[in-house]
Design a protein around this ligand. Structure first.
Ligand code: NAD
Ligand code: UDX
Length: 434
């Protein structure tokens, strides 16, 4: 089976490599020449654990290649996946579908024989129908179906999420398209991964509803964490007590600095806009977005409070910049909302991140300093702010941290450490909801 992946970003690259692992012949196409050159030279342009060896193995087996030459790849394809970005549109919060529609126009003239064009990008309801219209208008003779196959992988765990998914969702409009997609995903039958087949619109909505629901769990526990602080309860105990109820489930109940990343922030906003467009209320998701923004603002207050009310002239060591560990992705990372107000009020920030510093430099204020080593970042600091729970920060040499600081404030926005133990080490310890 010949598969083309349009877009070789986080999703396109992982999906393309995993489909080739399933045995398909995969060509990943990207407009970005630099990215394709790097991939062709055996370099992986993003940090995702396990991706490099997966790509190498399948390239060597001749099942995976990279190109900018879309026409030639599409001509041979049985399935063309669109995995381009759908960022928030400037001004109105809607998903920007410009890249998806451009990809549909690029593909259309080169389709030969029956082909299924599949949206893998996260797209609002109705997009597959628009892709169908664009292709039919551009190439009236094309023999094709459109399908929706939303992707649920998490960055940092993308390969295992893709190879062992909780479910695969296939939105289809013909049994022929369904058969081809089922054939592609057949290796998952071995692990009995559920394949849910729906109409196009339901598949498109499942993705947004799932992301909004997960974001809801996070905003819910973040709001409860504030109540925990007010009444003297421990949010860990509360989350555990809730999560042991199988109807609630223990995942996505970790209080923290607010969710970030390339999906939850933009997808919750886009869902709200879709509801508005159809004249339907979306009050829960609107509140989730508001609570998340408030949580990030609350983290700034927490740092300020731990520094006795003023961050001016204080040296703050920040551990972790990416929106979660095991990725270099800085899109909508909490660091981008929490650090600039501290810099504005005169804080001197020295940051460390195992993978995200290159990306962060382009996005954070110029005055932020970066250290290649954790303990260099901490040297002479008035406060340490633990912002992303990378493994490297879970086992800090705490006596060494304390000895190299000039102050004693340790602000743990991911609840990695235990309050009692931190007090014993001599820190004035602040965390979230405990
Ligand atoms: P990304 O920005 O990392 O990658 C998109 C790639 O598409 C870029 O390399 C860009 O150069 C390329 N591109 C754009 N237009 C093109 C065209 N016409 N032809 C060829 N290449 C083109 O984006 P991503 O994070 O991989 O996200 C892609 C989609 O998947 C989005 O809709 C996103 O919401 C969704 N998604 C992302 C994740 C995630 O964790 N990142 C998870 C699930 C779903
Ligand atoms: C998310 C979805 O999980 C995935 O299914 C979808 O395909 C893409 O969006 P991702 O953004 O890669 O994946 O990471 P995720 O692990 O979901 O974390 C998102 C954000 O929520 C991070 O900032 C993380 O720190 C935060 N989070 C997550 C919490 O604050 N608490 C939690 O309990 C879980």
């Amino acid at each position: 089976m010949n598969v083309v992946m349009i877009g070789a970003g986080y999703v396109g690259l992982v999906s393309g490599a995993c489909f080739s692992e399933f045995g398909a012949n995969v060509v990943c196409v990207d407009l970005n020449q630099e990215r394709i050159d790097a991939l062709t030279a055996g370099q992986i342009p993003i940090y995702e654990p396990g991706l490099s060896s997966l790509v190498t193995r399948n390239r060597e087996a001749g099942r995976l290649r990279f190109t900018t030459a879309l026409a030639e790849a599409v001509t041979e394809a049985d399935l063309v996946f669109i995995a381009v970005g759908t960022p928030t549109r400037r001004g109105d919060g809607h998903a920007d579908l410009g890249y998806v529609y451009a990809a549909a126009r690029d593909i259309a003239p080169h389709l030969r024989g029956y082909t299924v064009v599949v949206d893998k990008s996260t797209v609002p309801v109705g997009t597959a129908a628009q892709v169908r219209r664009i292709i039919a208008e551009t190439n009236p003779g094309a023999d094709f179906d459109v399908a929706s196959n939303p992707e649920f992988l998490r960055e940092g765990a993308a390969i295992s999420d893709f190879l062992r998914p909780d479910r695969v969702v296939l939105g289809v409009e013909s049994s022929r398209a369904e058969s081809l997609l089922r054939e592609l995903y057949r290796p998952l039958n071995l692990i009995e991964a559920p394949i849910l087949v729906t109409d196009l619109e339901s598949a498109e909505l499942i993705k947004y509803a799932a992301n909004a629901f997960l974001a809801t769990k996070i905003s819910f526990i973040n709001e409860i964490s504030q109540l925990c602080e007010a009444v003297g309860a421990d949010v860990h105990a509360v989350a555990r007590g809730m999560g042991l109820d199988g109807r609630i489930g223990k995942k996505f109940l970790h209080a923290g600095p607010g969710y970030g990343g390339s999906c939850f922030p933009k997808d919750t906003l886009a869902l709200v806009r879709t509801a508005q467009e159809y004249g339907v209320s979306s009050r829960i998701v609107e509140s989730v977005v508001e609570v998340n923004a408030a949580q990030k603002a609350r983290m700034v207050q927490k740092v300020r409070h731990a520094l006795d009310g003023s961050e001016a002239g204080k040296r703050i060591a920040v551990l972790g910049l990416t929106f979660k560990p095991e990725t270099d992705d800085m899109r909508d990372a909490p660091a981008l909302s929490i650090l600039p107000p501290l810099v504005d009020k005169g804080a001197v920030i020295v940051a460390h991140d195992p993978q995200g510093m290159r990306e962060a430099k382009a996005l954070l204020p110029d005055s932020v300093e970066y250290a290649d080593d954790i303990y260099t970042a901490i040297e002479g600091a008035d406060a340490v702010v633990l912002l992303t729970e990378w493994n490297a920060y879970r086992g800090l040499d705490l006596p060494r941290v304390k000895a190299s600081m000039r102050g004693d404030a340790f602000i743990d926005l991911r609840n990695v450490y235990e309050p009692k133990m931190m007090a014993e080490y001599g820190f004035r310890y602040t965390c979230v909801g405990r």
